[in-house]
Design a protein around this ligand. Structure first.
Ligand code: ATP
Length: 431
């Protein structure tokens, strides 16, 4: 239907014939002439309606259309104009494709601030706002940048089941679903399956897919459904996995710096390339630091949000927390040979926020089985997983990035819902 996006008009010659399509953002009527602002995904353009040339009937009909109605305008581009936008389209034909009702549930460009609940209730309108669209363009580029890096590094994309019979790490945080006569669960993570793929000899795999967590608490950084970017790599240690993560973070940031200039400008964001290698700080060191700041925390505890905010004041950019106590991590983590109280697990943080957790995995059947028991779980529930460790399993490591968390951090968003199209949380499953 269209010949150009509004953003493409500036590259054309004066007098070019064009058809642009989009939403009526605004109409300013001045008697026999009206200025219509048409918005499409790429920007806005002025369409100048002249009564004399359109005819009374058409002029009246179009200049009285409700805001956000959808039209296509065919006409002549004029570049030498007094229009603020530096160009205008003089229409010779306007197709009204869809009339919007009035009043709108919320405004698109109005300066009045709308609360997040209203915005999410009418998300399709909220998403028409350029600065909201820019967040999602950046999110799209981040996953594309990550995907391209992983493809370059020889990873194979896989798709593992989202309906499962056994919990990944025990019973908490699981959504139960009816599966014919039986109960099943939605996956919290593709962890067990991506590890099985190492026994399958795929060597390097990745998956970008939803993960479901029945987190009870409503926070600004937790969703009940989020996009997990998972990798698993064979013949690799925790150090190899951290290096790959640095590479992925660096190149995805580089990707948005090259491809999202306009979005960064709309959002008034400056995103710097991080320095590599990222600092690697041992759990024990941070435990001491947190305690020295008067926050009570014992060996084996996970860092509370209070602890992380103190740490985040000291370490503002990307850094790894390494050498975790085994009791703080899942059963599949590989313990250190020199001191098995610690495991080869890591988290990638950005200031006070966690974006990734990963580890070298325990690929030794007997000790893995012991660790499952030590966590109070029943190895029989994991027999499909454990079997993969009995007939040739290479050493392997991997990690998972939360896509929304990552986007949230890079775009400086205060709430993870800002970077989630249709968030699922404790109170919301519609729209
Ligand atoms: P947190 O301690 O922040 O709740 P977690 O330790 O439960 O996270 P992991 O199981 O290690 O998280 O998941 C790996 C990554 O997935 C996290 O670093 C984060 O980026 C993302 N993630 C985990 N849970 C959620 C959630 N509920 N909502 C959004 N992203 C999440």
């Amino acid at each position: 239907m269209r010949t150009h996006y509004t953003s493409g008009l500036k590259d054309l010659e004066d007098g070019a014939e064009v058809t642009i399509c989009g939403w009526i953002q605004d109409i300013r009527k001045l008697g026999n002439i009206s200025f219509l602002i048409l918005r499409d995904r790429e920007g806005i353009a002025q369409v100048t309606l002249v009564k004399k040339s359109l005819g009374d009937e058409a002029y009246k009909r179009i200049s009285n259309l409700n805001r956000e109605s959808v039209i296509c305008v065919s006409g002549i581009l004029k570049k030498d104009t007094q229009s603020k936008l530096g160009l205008e389209v003089i229409p010779n034909k306007i197709d009204i494709l869809n009339e919007a009702e009035a009043p709108l549930p919320m405004g698109v460009i109005d300066r009045v601030s709308v609360d997040i609940e209203t915005r999410l209730n009418h998300r399709f309108i909220d998403l028409r706002r350029p600065e909201v669209l820019s967040l999602f363009r950046i999110e799209s580029s981040l996953s594309r940048g990550i995907r391209e890096t992983l493809e370059r590094e020889g990873f194979i994309e896989i798709h593992t089941p989202k309906i499962i019979a056994t919990a990944t790490e025990g019973g908490t945080n699981l959504f139960r679903v009816k599966y014919f006569e039986n109960d099943a669960f939605l996956v919290q993570s593709p962890q067990l399956y991506k590890q099985i793929m190492m026994a399958a000899g795929f060597d390097r795999v990745y998956e970008i897919a939803p993960a479901f967590r029945a987190e009870e608490h409503n926070t600004n950084r937790h969703l009940n459904e989020f996009v997990s970017i998972d990798i698993e790599m064979s013949f690799s240690t925790d150090e190899d996995a951290m290096n790959m993560l640095e590479n992925v973070i660096y190149s995805s940031i580089d990707f948005i710096r090259r491809n999202n200039l306009k979005d960064l400008e709309i959002l008034n964001l400056k995103v710097d390339l991080p320095e590599r290698p990222f600092p690697r700080i041992k759990y024990d060191e941070l435990l001491d630091y947190v305690n020295s700041k008067g926050i009570e925390m014992r060996f084996g505890d996970d860092f509370s949000s209070e602890a992380l905010s103190v740490i985040g004041e000291k370490y503002r950019g990307f850094y790894f927390i390494t050498r975790w106590p085994m009791e703080a991590r899942a059963f599949y983590v590989m313990p250190f040979e020199d001191d098995p109280r610690y495991g080869r697990a890591f988290d990638l943080q950005f200031g006070e926020r966690e974006i990734t957790s990963g580890a070298q995995r325990n690929h030794i059947y007997s000790s893995l089985k012991e660790n499952i028991k030590r966590k109070g779980l029943n190895p029989d529930d994991f027999s499909f997983y454990l079997e993969a460790f009995r007939y040739g399993m290479p050493p392997h490591a991997g990690w998972a990035i939360g896509l929304e968390r990552y986007t949230m951090i890079l775009t400086n968003s205060k709430n993870i819902r800002e970077v989630t199209l249709f968030p699922r949380d404790r109170r919301r499953i519609v729209p």
